[in-house]
Design a protein around this ligand. Sequence first.
Ligand code: FES
Length: 237
Amino acid sequence: MTDELNFLLDGVEIPFHKGQTIMQAATAAGAYIPHLCFHPDLAPHGSCRLCIVDVNGKTVSSCTQPAEDRQEVHSNIPELQQARLRLIQLLFAEGNHFCPSCEVSGNCQLQALAYDLGMTHYHYAPFSAVRAQDGSHPELFIDRDRCILCDLCGRASCSSDNKNVYGLSGRGEQTHLIFRSNSGNLADTAASVNDHAAHICPVGCILPKQGNYMQTIGNRLYDNAPIHKVGNHRMDD
Ligand code: FES
């Protein structure tokens, strides 16, 4: 009799310890479940739904679902991949994601997931959102039209940087990224380009003003291998 706890993810045994979620255990074991709003060092947000898995015929988000012993979890199945594709297409319709001209093209998780899931077209009519940009900060530029509302920056700002700079405000389609200063400008917060929050964005919303477009095509993270092989490059940030 062994005390080791484990579950099966697409037939592969994943060890875990009590209290871990399916996503935490899978990530620790080097297995990839698609995600956008999860980071192993931060509390789960459960908002992007890319991490959905099937557990006993029920679809649950693996970043919030506690792992259980001998559970059978399915992630890489056609129904879930199709649902994820639609979620990615919704994000492309909701924001303005013009990959060829974007500073993080080739390093962007949204773009990499779109490739991985076989996205070839928009599917949903683009929202063509026009949200206020913020160029007030000397080191950082904010393109809110690329924000996917994952709140990774907000959570990193609180837990890693102890600053509470970034947050979300509004409801429904009015939900948007805010900066916690009296003026509402990023320049009037304690934000720094060296913050964890400044580098955790999975897309191209929070950008350093210096050093963009430095990586040549062929040398970017997702140029040579898909995201399900490479994983989330922000994990080490
Ligand atoms: Fe689980 Fe976003 S990673 S909901």
